[in-house]
Design a protein around this ligand. Structure first.
Ligand code: NZQ
Ligand code: ZN
Length: 385
């Protein structure tokens, strides 16, 4: 196991009715900006719960944050926040709203060109307005991590930044808020959280037994309850277990002391930037292709995963590894998320564009061994057609 430092200051309020706890977290006298997306929170009663909890506190609203949030939209919010002297930002939504709010919070305090925040991957950030969250979609883990992913629509650049300044001070996770999710977003969220675990687990053995067994516990939970969230959308326990799994999948704990792959995520981000696929869709397409391409290097962990999570009874190592990949792909399909580029109307013509963009970002050594080059990415994309 590698050396590590672990620290996570985000306070979590978990469970039904916890939105009311906002009153304990937002300082009296704060000038709060409630940020949200396309309006789902106004239809499902979440906005009303939030404003009821904020009684007596001065708040403003900024809505219209799109999925895969746009830099251009965030900049409008930054202008508004400066004009109104906002000193607290409350994101109410899924990963897109939370990520956008993190960017807005950092950019509001940033003197230079706000795009610097993205091109330095957060290095330029020197402060931020405090962020709190009410999560409405179990998927990204953004509610308990320092990461934000923002797209510049003008140039089709989808990039991420990390900064502890934007890590939420608190996040409220009420599983009931997820009852109103459309099946497509349930599927995306299950695939995303599952792949977050896999990118930190199916690498090479690091003698990290706690992390491995934690990963296997999260994977087994998501596997068990993911399909139930589609068939029983108002099953509280199912929603609760999925929500907590998704948060744990990317709050940094699983990453401690182990290698991370992240090739699937980085390739997927470029595909979304260019072609608009949902984040979960890109992962469902790319992960099985990365694994197929890197099956030799990943074999030991694929076998462990196949045996412990899928309970594959075969004895031949190659068969176990191959079946583990196939079962994973089938699981994504069961969740309604298709696993080939052609399912989304894309073909081999996208390959040069994706490869060129990765080169432009200097993402030329991907994977846990930093050995996936742009040429390898082209071959991976061919496997994903
Ligand atoms: O905009 P509204 O009207 O709220 O509708 C949203 C949106 O259309 C809807 N939705 C959310 N909660 C709902 C709901 N509809 C009904 N009921 C509810 N309770 O769902 C749609 C998708 O929302 P979005 O926030 O885009 O989904 P998700 O949470 O999957 O976030 C995806 C974004 O997060 C980034 C992705 O790249 C993508 O931009 N990621 C962020 C990460 C992080 N910060 O650590 C890591 C991830 O790997 C990921 O990259
Ligand atoms: Zn993800």
């Amino acid at each position: 196991m590698n050396n590590f430092t672990y620290w996570n200051p985000t306070k979590i309020y978990f469970g039904e009715g916890q939105i009311a706890s906002l009153k304990d977290e937002i300082p009296a006298g704060a000038r709060v900006l409630i940020t949200y997306g396309g309006g789902s929170i106004k239809k499902n009663g979440i906005f009303d719960q939030v404003t009821a909890a904020l009684e007596g506190i001065t708040f403003f609203e900024f809505g219209g944050i799109e999925p895969n949030p746009h830099y251009e939209t965030c900049i409008k919010a930054v202008e508004f926040a400066k004009q109104e002297n906002i000193d607290f930002m409350l994101a109410v939504g899924g990963g897109s709203v939370i990520d956008a709010t993190k960017f807005i919070a950092a950019a509001t305090k940033y003197e230079g060109n706000p795009w610097d925040i993205m091109t330095t991957f957060g290095g330029a950030v020197t402060g931020a307005v405090t962020v709190g969250c009410v999560l409405t979609l179990a998927a990204t883990g953004s509610e308990m991590n320092p990461t934000s992913v923002v797209t510049r629509a003008e140039t089709q650049d989808k990039l991420f930044f990390n900064s502890d300044y934007v890590r939420p001070k608190f996040s409220i996770l009420d599983p009931k808020t997820t009852y109103s999710l459309p099946p497509r977003q349930v599927g995306n969220g299950v695939v995303d959280s599952f792949v977050h675990v896999l990118e930190q687990y199916v690498t090479y053995p690091a003698n990290a037994k706690v992390q491995d067994r934690f990963a296997e516990g999260l994977l087994s939970t998501i596997l068990e309850d993911g399909p139930k969230a589609l068939s029983e959308p108002e099953n509280y326990d199912v929603r609760a277990n999925l929500m907590w799994s998704a948060t744990q999948a990317l709050n940094g704990l699983l990453a401690t002391g182990v290698p991370g792959d992240w090739a699937t995520h980085l390739i997927g981000q470029v595909i979304t930037g260019f072609y608009g696929l949902d984040h979960g869709q890109t992962l469902a397409v790319i992960l099985p292709a990365v694994w197929q391409y890197k099956i030799e290097q990943k074999k030991q962990k694929l076998i462990q995963y196949g045996q412990r999570v899928w309970h594959i009874q075969e004895t031949d190592p190659d068969t176990i590894a191959t079946q583990a990949i196939e079962r994973t792909r089938e699981f994504f399909e069961t969740m309604g998320v298709q696993t080939k580029l052609s399912d989304y109307g894309l073909d081999a013509k996208i390959i040069p564009n994706v490869v060129a963009k990765l080169k432009e970002y200097n993402f030329t050594q991907l994977g846990e061994n930093a050995d996936i080059t742009p040429d390898d990415v082209a071959k991976i994309l061919e496997l994903a057609l």
